[in-house]
Design a protein around this ligand. Sequence first.
Ligand code: HEM
Length: 98
Amino acid sequence: MYLTHRREDSYLQPDKFQPERFINCKYSHYEFLPFGGGSRQCLGQVFALFEMKLILATILFNHQLKLEEKVPVAPARRGFLMGPQGGVKMSLVVDNAR
Ligand code: HEM
């Protein structure tokens, strides 16, 4: 997974955090596999995606998120997964007009 997600032929500048790269490109299951694959594929995949959509929709419906530090984010291992080193500091901007 780690090496697949860093292939230059699938991902331009693979070490850069560019979530917008997913807007115009639909990666195949052989290029993007955050939940693994085969017989050991993540059992919680469907639940995790549902959970993420629900949480993001709930947050973004009520608030805006503001990035606190515009610095490059390095990846770090978290068990057998990867995550941003030291987290990504954000704050909630409360929209009182709603
Ligand atoms: C963003 C959230 C998650 C990510 C990125 C993720 C990713 C992964 C990955 C990469 C694997 C290993 C797949 C492999 O070996 O090929 C895995 C396995 C597994 N995941 Fe997740 N997972 C997530 C959430 C969850 C949740 C919410 C659950 C349970 C409710 C869960 C349950 C499991 C289990 C039980 C396995 C072991 C499957 C096996 O070895 O047969 N995961 N997950």
